[in-house]
Design a protein around this ligand. Structure first.
Ligand SMILES: N[C@@H](CCC(=O)N[C@@H](CS)C(=O)NCC(=O)O)C(=O)O
Length: 251
């Protein structure tokens, strides 16, 4: 079995999907597509949904979204499992994975949308390979209109990003609690490890946020699973928005 993975540069759910494929020993080819343009691109390739990761297995089967991918991979390649066999433990991992997907995952997505609209130069630092045949340099230089549309699609407004930053300390506490409880962070990684770790790791690429993450168990967890993660966003958020993070880093 082989997989073709469609991704967006820097996308954390794509990194989740790739790590799950690697855990299962499924070889893959990765094709990076720009944000926003991925929508018609995926539709033209027979995918029903607009988002990445989007995977086509070599038997033609198409799977999208990290939570569908984790389940499909466990069905196709049962060992090593991405979910525990014990029903209570499985329910805890599923709940953590769902929270990671629905609540935690959008935070760095909106922060990226906000930051790149203010200054698109850091976009180049996320580009690791050619994008629709364009060199990383050309892709970064022409990214302005897509960043503007992505900002709107992701609702990366001032209010939403400020709200995310206010809630981030509690979210990081939740990741630390999940580690403490052993739902994630065990010797055998599960679907929630990959889901949550990728989000924490991407957050660490933002200078504004990294100090609030570093030193937490959540940071060790993320770097254990994602030691390298391209991309760097210098400070961009207004100082007062960071006050809740600074308070949490100080305690
Ligand atoms: N929550 C879903 C969706 C992931 C998602 O929204 N991916 C973003 C990239 S991080 C995307 O495909 N956006 C479409 C776009 O930028 O046009 C999952 O975990 O697979």
């Amino acid at each position: 079995m082989r997989a073709k993975v469609y991704g967006i540069p820097g996308s954390h759910p794509v990194r989740t999907g790739l790590l799950m494929l690697e855990r299962k020993g499924v070889p893959y080819d990765l094709v990076d597509v720009p944000s926003v343009l991925c929508r018609p691109y995926l539709r033209a390739r027979g995918f029903p949904g607009p988002t990445v990761p989007a995977i086509r297995f070599d038997d033609g089967r198409r799977v999208q979204t990290t939570r569908q991918i984790s389940r499909e991979l466990d069905r196709l390649v049962p060992e090593p499992p991405l979910f525990p066999g014990d029903p209570d433990k499985r329910a805890a991992v599923e709940a953590a994975e769902q929270w990671g997907d629905e609540t935690y995952q959008p935070v760095p997505r909106r922060l990226s949308g906000y930051a790149l609209r203010k200054d698109r130069r850091p976009a180049a630092t996320f580009l690791e390979r050619r994008l629709l045949g364009m060199s990383p340099k050309l892709a970064a230089a022409t990214s302005g209109p897509l960043i503007a549309i992505g900002w709107r699609i992701n609702k990366a407004t001032d209010d939403n990003v400020r709200g995310d930053l206010a809630e981030l300390p509690a979210m990081l506490d939740r990741v630390d609690e999940l580690l403490e409880e052993g739902v994630i962070g065990g010797e055998e990684p599960n679907a929630a490890d990959f889901q949550i770790g990728a989000t924490t790791r991407l957050l660490m690429n933002f200078d504004d946020v990294r100090p609030a993450v570093e030193g937490r168990p959540a940071a060790d967890h993320a770097t254990r699973h994602f030691p390298a993660y391209a991309g760097h966003v210098p400070p961009v958020v207004p100082g007062p928005w960071l006050a809740p993070l600074q308070r949490s880093a100080a305690t």
